[in-house]
Design a protein around this ligand. Structure first.
Ligand SMILES: NC(=O)c1ccc[n+]([C@@H]2O[C@H](COP(=O)([O-])OP(=O)(O)OC[C@H]3O[C@@H](n4cnc5c(N)ncnc54)[C@H](O)[C@@H]3O)[C@@H](O)[C@H]2O)c1
Length: 383
């Protein structure tokens, strides 16, 4: 089989996970990486034995042997770089959120329509946890009945202190939302994916918990807990806490909260779906377990087992039961899904993918904007 030649732009925190994932899936070869921080691009190329590294996106896009490109840059660059990738005729795997506002996200959807054979995915990786896929299939088969309620949270603590800082707090780079765009987007994508229903109405309370922060004078790594020796005090507008009530297109009701200031939490991403017959709950930190709740029978815990998992979920799990798979494996699963789709010669518009499309991701940007607006006007907003 001919391997797909690929390139990755952005060698920061998540770029490293993309390198790891592409090296594990066997369907592609990582030809080149790029970062405006040339020393970083070079060190990643050296560390992982990658043939080429570039300092600019134009050099990487100009490399004619590359067939697919991952965009792992900060949010405000997604639209511009994604456009260049699509217009160059390459397949695109973009990091989330797709864009900093819905107008930009829609412009990407419109541009992509002019390139019908281009495969474009957005990295909503939590979808590809095997038991999230299993949940989706069981809900599709009617095992919990009609979906009535959805609830959960996504909690982290990397912005707990006023000495913690990230570009995600800066509207010029992140867009007008910190934690809803950053992690609420994952939560909404996963819940819409497993239920097969869209969130259509929101009522939100967004809070900037620490309104003045100490921003390091020199750029620091994402998610670092190091206290900067030189800093400037900056006013913060983007939220580090958000609570959202919502309605779905089938009439179901839901609620979730997200925060990056909850001490003790690294990636407490969880959700519960309650149907007319039964309930299901999944928690990323114990991701090989799926709780099934019944009223007239025993509750039970499903342990991930490739031998009995639904056939559609099987491509996303490989280790035998009792051998824990984790965050990296689900991440790899999303990237595998993208390359498998290309390798199988599937066509956007004809073959529905498991990964999030640009349309799916643009809808999440629209929801994020509605959530910001709802918090501002203190009222329900329809999407
Ligand atoms: N899917 C996930 O679970 C997940 C997790 C973390 C981050 N992300 C997303 O990934 C993106 C990057 O986040 P991060 O935490 O890796 O950020 P980061 O700041 O750690 O890394 C971004 C990198 O992009 C580089 N860069 C900036 N401008 C560039 C340009 N014009 N050309 C090439 N490189 C450029 C920077 O030098 C830096 O190395 C964000 O959109 C974020 O939302 C997704």
């Amino acid at each position: 089989m001919k391997k797909i030649k690929t390139g990755i732009i952005g060698m920061g925190y998540i770029g490293a996970s993309h390198i790891d994932a592409v090296s594990r899936i066997g369907l592609c070869t990582l030809s080149a990486v790029a970062d405006t921080n040339a020393a970083l691009a070079r060190s990643k190329a050296d560390e992982f034995g990658i043939e080429k590294y570039y300092e600019t996106i134009d050099e990487l896009i100009g490399d004619t042997e590359i067939e697919a490109i991952h965009n792992c840059t900060p949010n405000h660059l997604h639209t511009e770089i994604n456009k260049k990738i699509i217009m160059s005729g390459r397949h695109l795997l973009s990091e989330k959120p797709l864009a900093v506002n819905h107008k930009e996200a829609e412009s990407l959807v419109a541009l992509k329509r002019e390139y019908p054979d281009t495969v474009a995915a957005v990295n909503f990786n939590y979808r590809m946890n095997p038991l999230v896929q299993e949940m989706r299939r069981r809900i599709e088969r009617g095992e919990i009945g009609e979906v009535r309620l959805a609830s959960g949270s996504y909690l982290q603590d990397w912005l707990l202190y006023d000495t913690d800082y990230s570009w995600r707090l800066d509207p010029a780079i992140a867009g007008a939302s910190c934690c809803i765009a950053d992690i609420g987007s994952h939560w909404m994508d996963a819940v819409q994916h497993v239920t097969g229903h869209r969130i259509t109405k929101v009522m939100a309370d967004l809070v900037t918990v620490i309104p003045v922060r100490k921003k390091p004078v020199k750029q620091t790594e994402t998610f670092t807990s190091a206290v900067p020796s030189e800093y400037e005090e900056v006013h913060i507008e983007n939220e580090e806490y958000g609570a959202v009530l919502f309605k779905m297109d089938n009439g179901a009701s839901g609620v979730y909260n997200v925060s990056e200031v909850c001490a003790g939490h690294g990636c407490y991403f969880n959700f519960e779906i309650n149907g007319t017959k039964a309930s299901m709950r999944w928690n990323q930190e114990e991701n090989d377990r799926l709780w099934i709740g019944n009223r007239d029978a025993d509750n039970h815990l499903i342990i991930r087992n490739p031998n009995v998992i639904s056939p559609e979920a099987k491509p996303y799990t490989s280790l035998a039961m009792g051998h824990p798979e984790g965050w990296n494996d689900a991440f790899r699963g999303n990237i595998y899904s993208f390359y498998k789709y290309i390798a199988d010669g599937k066509k956007p518009g004809r073959d529905k993918p498991d990964f999030a499309t640009l349309e799916d991701a643009a809808y999440i940007v629209k929801l994020t904007e509605a959530i910001i607006e709802s918090s501002r006007i203190k009222s329900w907003v329809s999407v």
